[in-house]
Design a protein around this ligand. Structure first.
Ligand code: FAD
Length: 361
């Protein structure tokens, strides 16, 4: 008998989970969300992401496994599916010894290692020779990664889901069980709810996971081309600031970042921080402006997104709430894209286990 599934959330977590579910027989899927691709809102992290594959997960953890399982699908999209808006770019990680112990360096610990777990997953991982390093840089690694144009990729996920029969609806739920009310799923009964509400899992009734907090990321999107992705282990402007540059696929512009301000819900860009972001970016990547100053950056827009950071990492778990089966997939922090297929597959496995549904193929 067909099982009726209600996915709450149309960010990268909800859409990827719905897409993987829709490739199986036996499920009738509705995605219901307050925000959909095309919206820009502080409660909706996915459109603001860079987004690239730059694992920060630690060897041997579930998070590393989810990241590992995501590289293959993203590489396949970049190689074989230009319509998804994902392209290959070289990714350079610059390391300054003086950053050891800082908040950003802690966040990037595995990334900064000369032999991280993903060295065997991504193509062309190597250390840069000393003579290629800029002033103040002690070591650097480089590998082939991908950069995702979120303005293309999120609608592409929706369109793939629609082709597989998934229904999309706008809805705002105060309580997770409101998603099972009559009229939400066209078949009436809801057999299982998938919770992909990101940061707002901290407010959703029946869940209210207060271990999910924002890590505020401010960005500047410019028309200038960086040619490659660059990331620095830290900045001289405080522990909560970061320095990275990535050019999105298919004319998506270049993202200059950023910040990692934990517990900060401020939705408006801070103009002083924006200046610091741009100054750091042109210093790290002179190719952006041919070595000239920030007045040669051609700004598309300033932006702020809130990464849904959860103590203990992404929650992929099964739970019964008020008698209703719920599978959670939220709290991916700064890794929602690079862990998307791994996390979604883990959530789908839990859903399958609930009824032991076999894959179509
Ligand atoms: P969201 O995208 O926030 O989606 C949540 C969904 O749930 C929305 O549709 C919302 O409307 C819905 N919802 C919530 N509550 C309710 C409710 N009560 N009722 C109905 N609907 C509800 N990740 C990477 O992998 N690589 C990167 O390079 C990268 N760069 C980033 C840069 C920045 C500046 C930021 C901010 C983030 C970055 N991230 C990156 C992280 C990534 O963006 C997030 O991990 C990811 O978007 C989280 O997706 P999500 O689907 O869990 O949440």
């Amino acid at each position: 008998m067909t099982k009726n599934i209600l996915v709450i959330g149309a960010g990268v977590a909800g859409l990827t989970t719905a897409l993987l579910l829709s490739k199986k027989s036996g499920y009738s899927i509705v995605v219901a969300a307050k925000h959909m691709p095309g919206d820009y809102d502080i409660e909706y992290a996915s459109p603001w992401a860079g987004a690239n594959y730059m694992p920060v997960s630690i060897t041997g953890t579930d998070a590393a496994e989810w990241d590992k399982n995501t590289w293959g699908p993203l590489e396949d999209l970049a190689r074989n599916n230009p319509g998804a808006g994902v392209h290959f770019q070289e990714c350079e990680i610059h390391n300054r010894t003086k950053d050891v112990g800082s908040a950003t360096a802690e966040w990037f610990k595995e990334l900064l290692s000369s032999n991280p777990w993903f060295a065997k997953v991504v193509p062309n991982f190597r250390a840069l020779p000393k003579e290629a390093l800029g002033p103040g840089i002690d070591s650097a690694t480089v590998f082939t990664s991908v950069c995702i144009n979120t303005a293309i990729y999120l609608p592409w996920l929706v369109s793939q889901c629609l082709s597989n029969g998934v229904v999309f609806k706008r809805a705002v739920f105060d309580h997770i069980l409101d998603a099972t009310a009559s009229g939400v799923h066209p078949n009436g009964r809801v057999d299982l709810v998938v919770n992909c509400t990101g940061l707002m899992a901290s407010k959703l009734g029946g869940v209210q996971d207060t271990t999910v907090v924002p890590a505020r990321g401010q960005i500047v999107i410019v028309r200038n081309d960086a040619g490659k992705m660059l990331d620095m282990s830290g900045t001289d402007d405080g522990e909560e600031e970061a320095c990275y540059v990535m050019t999105r696929a298919a004319g998506g512009g270049t993202i200059l970042g950023g910040s990692y301000q934990k517990g900060n819900w401020e939705s408006q860009p801070d103009p002083n921080l924006a200046i610091r972001i741009m100054k750091r970016a042109v210093k790290m990547c002179p190719a952006l402006t041919d070595g000239k100053g920030i007045e040669h950056l051609d700004i598309i827009r300033h932006g702020v997104g809130l990464r849904p950071v959860r103590e203990g990492g992404t929650r992929i778990e099964k739970e019964r709430i008020g008698g209703v089966l719920v599978v959670h997939n939220y709290g991916a922090g700064g890794a929602g894209y690079q862990s998307s297929y791994g996390c979604a597959q883990a959530a789908v496995d839990l859903i399958d286990q609930a009824w032991n549904v076999q894959a179509k193929l």
